[in-house]
Write a protein that binds this ligand. Structure first.
Ligand code: MRU
Length: 346
């Protein structure tokens, strides 16, 4: 596996740690973290040092391998593997890529039950690298499909961050912008800041500016106005878990963008690799929505508390956009337009 220095997640050269870009430090500082401890890995996922559904999956695959290399000779390997996978999986509930990658690496190990430990570990490493390579390929394919839906000069509204930091290389929903820019397309991106964790202003603005793409940051509640002013020709968002009926969970606020886009008759596209489709969820009602700490609303990123002490807060990290509001879902296997079944590509 050839790693790129800009990969937000990679295996260390000696294979003993997972190296990530600490996304909580961006845009101010590009800090690398080298992780090989179970609790630190759990914290990296739950505190969003590594975030974005595909990146969480890639990280979890490598993490399970790195941790398995450290299991004691004396303990039951598969029992410990099961517990470790369960522990990592409990770090965040909504992005399905977490359980998807852990299942793949654990099943790869199980397929070698009865073989020597070294062979089991090599198989796990191979599977984790495969997940990473597949994501690189899938991001490029989605970027190409996405580019076919827009034209140079278009204004594109984005929500949260679904670029290279959240995936590998081009990203999913930012892919057409980054891939298109390399091919001479000129877009103007409007970036929702994405309250409360500001993935739009901290990460998407950083990635698009670094790539030289013309972009403007707006607060989430300005999206309606810029749409009404005719500045937006398409909305692009990522996905954390898609149900089989095409309902898609993504960062909180995505649903509001979709409702506005529907009102202003602007196409609303969700970028969703097939690794993010959960065949166990029939509809969006089956998707568990993560709820996070009130402090993210009341004080994080402010130099003082900005709400009365003790105020009740509700802080769901994701919402579900119903399939009826999604113009098309872009996967690496093709574009699924409204009314078409997701099952056709599975
Ligand atoms: O809470 P986050 O920052 O992990 O949420 C991320 C998103 O909602 C992304 O849009 C999604 O994971 C897709 S990333 C390609």
């Amino acid at each position: 596996m050839i790693y790129n220095q800009n990969d937000s997640v990679r295996l260390s050269p000696d294979g003993k740690s997972v190296v990530i870009i600490d996304q909580t430090k961006l845009p101010g500082e590009k800090k690398l973290l080298t992780l090989n401890d179970e609790a630190e890995m759990f914290d990296a996922i739950s505190s969003l040092k590594v975030r974005g559904a595909p990146a969480i999956g890639i990280f979890a695959g490598y993490a399970l391998y790195v941790l398995a290399c450290r299991f004691d000779e004396g303990e039951d390997f598969f029992e410990r593997l099961e517990k470790t996978a369960e522990y990592l999986n409990s770090a965040r509930p909504t992005a399905v890529n977490l359980s998807y990658a852990l299942d793949r690496v654990r099943n790869a190990a199980l397929s070698k039950a009865g073989c020597g430990r070294q062979e089991i570990l090599e198989t796990m490493k191979g599977e984790a690298e495969k997940i990473h390579l597949e994501d690189i390929e899938s991001c490029e394919r989605m970027s190409r499909y996405g580019l076919s839906l827009v034209k140079s000069g278009d204004g594109i509204l984005t929500h949260c961050n679904a670029g290279a930091l959240a995936t590998s290389r081009y990203g999913t929903a930012l892919g057409p912008l980054l891939y298109g820019a390399e091919r001479g397309y000129k877009f103007h991106a409007y970036i929702d800041e994405t309250r409360p964790l500001l993935q739009g202003s901290r990460l998407t603005a950083y990635e698009l500016m670094s790539a030289g793409i013309d972009c403007t940051l707006i607060c989430d509640n300005m999206a309606g106005l810029v749409m009404s002013q005719g500045k937006i020709q398409a909305c692009f968002a990522g996905c954390d878990r898609a149900a089989v009926n095409g309902d898609c969970a993504n960062k909180i606020g995505t649903l509001s963008v979709a409702v506005l886009a529907d009102y202003y008759k602007i196409p609303f596209y969700i970028f969703c690799p097939t690794s993010t489709i959960d065949v166990n969820c029939k509809t969006g009602a089956d998707i568990v929505i993560e709820e996070r700490k009130p402090e993210e609303i009341t004080s994080l990123y402010f130099d003082r508390q900005i709400a009365p002490e003790g105020i009740n807060c509700y802080n769901p990290a994701f919402d579900v956009t119903p399939n009826s509001l999604i113009t098309a879902i872009i996967t690496e296997k093709g574009i699924i337009r409204r009314g078409e079944s997701i099952e056709k590509i599975l």
